[in-house]
Write a protein that binds this ligand. Structure first.
Ligand code: AMP
Ligand code: GLY
Length: 493
């Protein structure tokens, strides 16, 4: 089948850079008359249509989202983040007859419970790190502690290592990679005795530490079929040279040099095929994105994790390289049909070249949240964008090769600011105002970094080094107090 026609009214749930990227791609379909995004994201460019509206419903407010989808008579809901998927938003919408992109609650356990995912992998014969799972550790932590003490990797030479994982969702913080026994016992102390990651650590997965480059595979799934989008590589650690704490991702590159044809074949045969078989055996009708985080070890690809959504910042590099009628494609997925084409890529044509994304994060990320800080330089970038070759005002002010995706960004009226008001939490001052894409809004509004990952700068070029140069040129124009970013995204050895 070919893709369905683009729906006219679409609701995007989630307001990070990933949802900004998805919504931007959707808005390229002229048939889309209205797009709502909730909670608010001010980073969407929609000149000159006025098709965008921001809502203020939390991504985990299931009754609120269902009600909005019904009242607004949307034709399609696209669910971005994991939390609403794990809570069962997709099932609720489907039960009410509203098509949506995202798996139901049962399949979402592949991300919502690490022990469930590991059991699934073992059952399906999917290569992954060896592991042990411990339940009810808040009541009895002795077996887990003993397993750490006796972990075979802690051989006499101290080589190897292990990883402690809180079972449930922990906003990307529930994984501690430990080089030695002392680190593992310290992680045990924080995770189990001090319950630093909350209830999500009442079950803990202990697994062998693997090593090798990481490759993110993004797949589209519907109707029992899957399509693999171009693989990318995430930069998980906060600082250059892979130092510092793990984050949600500080940057990404696509294509990734590690994903040779042989590796992609390994993924299709040894990971994706058994995964699809497993879904079938479990009777799961999966409609949505699947993100498979893998590590290329000396003994082939192994799965680190499944995410039941698009990765972030993966979306910022993969989507710009996939030319498609995204609105129609997503409608087809929601209908349970993956469009089939003549070539290996259905209705997506891959753009030449490469994409590099650099994340700008607030002070304290990923450990603490900073006070809101004004973002400087968006006007400079917007003005400069007009001069980019190929960039036109209708296309959204910036060159089509550059995107600035918003995440932890709030805004406050410039007038109120001089009167001493502060928007504080993200978006609140903007709720009453009509939506204005940020370049046009720069005169009236001051944009603020509200914590966590703030902006994702994505640039496309003929190759990685060109894309990297352009991305960092944009980064060089932007700043806010306490801004953190890596300077080595896309810098290959
Ligand atoms: P996760 O939340 O499962 O994606 O884990 C976060 C990060 O921890 C991964 O992207 C890896 O960098 C690292 N990690 C997780 N599991 C392992 C493992 N078994 N061996 C080495 N690193 C791991
Ligand atoms: N960038 C990895 C993730 O989205 O989980």
């Amino acid at each position: 089948m070919t893709a369905l026609p683009a729906p006219q009214r679409i609701l995007v749930v989630g307001n990070g850079a990933r949802e900004n990227a998805l919504a931007s791609a959707i808005l390229l379909s002229p048939a889309v008359q209205k797009l709502w995004i909730t909670p608010a994201n001010w980073g969407l460019l929609d000149p000159p249509g006025g098709r965008v509206e921001c809502l203020d419903i939390a991504a985990t407010d299931l009754p609120g989202l269902l009600q909005a989808a019904q009242e607004l008579a949307v034709d399609l809901v696209v669910i971005g983040p994991e939390a609403p998927l794990v809570l069962g938003l997709a099932d609720r919408l489907r039960a009410a007859g509203i098509p949506c992109v995202g798996p139901g609650e049962k399949a979402a356990l592949l991300e919502g419970s690490k022990s469930f995912a590991k059991d699934f992998m073992q059952r399906c014969g999917i290569p992954t790190a060896r592991y042990l799972a411990f339940e009810d550790v808040f009541s009895d932590s002795a077996p887990l502690r003993q397993a750490i003490e006796q972990w075979p990797a802690f051989a006499a030479d101290g080589s190897g290592g292990l990883v402690l994982k809180a079972d449930g969702l922990a906003a990307g913080k529930g994984v501690v990679v430990c080089a030695d026994k002392a680190e593992a016992l310290a992680a045990f102390e924080r995770m189990v005795l001090q319950q630093e990651f909350g209830r999500s650590a009442d079950t803990v997965v202990l697994e062998e530490r693997l090593s090798g480059p990481e490759i993110s595979f993004t797949c589209l799934l519907a109707g029992g079929r899957a399509e693999v989008l171009p693989p990318s590589s995430d930069y998980k650690r906060l600082q250059d040279g892979d130092l510092g704490p793990n984050t949600g991702g500080m940057g990404n590159i696509c294509p990734t040099p590690w994903a040779t044809d042989e590796v992609v074949h390994d993924f299709a045969v040894n990971i994706l095929a058994p995964f699809m078989r497993g879904l079938r055996e479990d009777g799961l009708d999966y409609r949505g994105f699947l993100f498979v985080g893998t590590m290329l070890t000396e003994r082939g690809l192994k799965v680190i994790e499944f995410n039941v959504r698009f990765g972030d910042p993966e979306a910022a590099v993969v989507i710009p390289l996939c030319e498609a009628d995204w609105a129609g494609l997503l409608a087809s997925i929601a209908a349970g049909e993956l469009p089939q084409g003549d070539s290996s890529h259905s209705v997506i044509s891959l753009r030449e070249g490469a994409c590099v994304a650099v994340v700008l994060a607030s002070e304290g990320y990923p450990l603490s949240k900073a006070a809101p800080q004004p973002i400087q330089g968006l006007d400079r970038v917007a003005a400069r964008g007009l001069l980019e070759p190929g960039g036109t005002e209708e296309q959204g002010w910036l060159s089509p090769d550059v995107s600035i995706f918003f995440a932890g960004v709030g805004r406050r009226p410039r007038a109120a600011q001089s009167a001493g008001q502060d928007a504080g939490a993200s978006n609140e001052a903007g709720q009453a105002a009509a939506y204005q894409p940020y370049p046009a809004a720069l005169a009236d509004w001051e944009f603020t970094a509200t914590g966590g990952r703030v902006l994702t700068i994505s640039a496309r070029g003929a190759d990685l080094s060109q894309a990297r140069r352009l991305a960092y040129e944009i980064v060089g124009n932007l700043r806010f107090e306490g801004m953190q970013y890596r300077s080595d995204i896309g810098k290959l050895p």
